[in-house]
Unconditional design. Sequence first.
Lengths: 231, 204
Amino acid sequence: MNAKLKQYGKIAYDGLITNNATFKLVLGTCATLGMSTSAVNSFGMGLSVTVVLLLSNVIISLLRNVIPNTVRIPAFVVIIATMVTLLRMVLEKYIPDLYDSMGVFLPLIVVNCVILGRAEAFASKRPVIESAVDGIFTGLGLTCALTLIGIIREFLGSGSFFGIQVMDFKIGFFTNAAGAFFVYGICIALFMLITDQADKARRVKKAQLLRVPAEPLPPVDNTAVQATEET
Amino acid sequence: MAATIFLIVISAVFSQNFILVKFLGICPFLGVSKKTNSALSMGIAVTLVMILATLVTWPLYMYIMVTLGIEYLEIIFFIFVIAALVQMLEKIIEKLSPALYRSMGIYLPLITTNCAILGVAELLLVNDLADVVSGAAAGISMNLGFALLYALFAGVGFTVAMVLMGGVREKLEKLPVAKCMKGFPITMVAASFMAMAFYVFALL
């Protein structure tokens, strides 16, 4: 049981940090750039992708032994398209504001590379619960990243935070296309920098643990090596 | 009439550029724009599929799906049509011209999951031209001719952005860049400056 939990933890950590879809793999960029004009929009987009990702991962994982290998990509695409159609109906009925602001990016969730990527790389090979965990945490990683970009752009572009006016300034650059590319690029760079530093720190710590403290190393016995060299 | 066509062309290529203004088709824009040649091949392939996809999906939606009352199935239908078209095009090009297939063939399978194709098919599902083309006089109804023209020049705009980016990236390769900015981040920043240039057209 403990080993299983540990495995789920690893899948979750991979989805959130190591293989973060937005910052590390740079997939699903269209939605990230197009929907990050405000924090609320990008949060909504992130959650929508998470829902589709979870459902498609579960269904594909359930059907992984039924779908023939040769037609798996069309089959995955149809499953994902069905999920997006359902999501679209639900959003249109219950959250019309979000539905309106998503516009063309809602149907485009179908061609979001993250979803097809997880289906192909993970859900088509693994059992259902693992796939569900992977779907949720990959989605949450993407949602966090998107929301972060949304918050930065909204704050710099109109001085507000989740729609609440905080400061009275406007930098038009950040609300239009150019600002989206710029903020996204800088965010990826910072993410790389931080994960690199964390990796380095972890390696240093490990090296320190491995080092033998006070006692000097015992003299190496060279006779065995010499014997093999001579023969 | 001539003014409308001119507006569609300018709008599709510059002021509503698919990549740099609308953010559609960013994946190939970042993935296949390392060299000008491959960027051009990808652009042409995308343009071709865009026109074909519009030619099929627009009448399919307007004349068949609306009449039958099954508009809600559009996403599933469209993605299927696009996947089938891409597969068909791949086979045709392979038979007709092996040389062209070698230079363009590897990009074709990637096009199925290209946001720009599904994007153009979805965007064109309006009754009024002014909903797609900013600045067009209201009241001009959409028809297949306008839709195809828009798809063609949206593809041209896509190709222009791809080739420009290819040129920029060829130069970027030779520059000393900080380690964390290498690859995607510096490309994004370069794209940001290009987007600024294209934003000027939207202000006109």
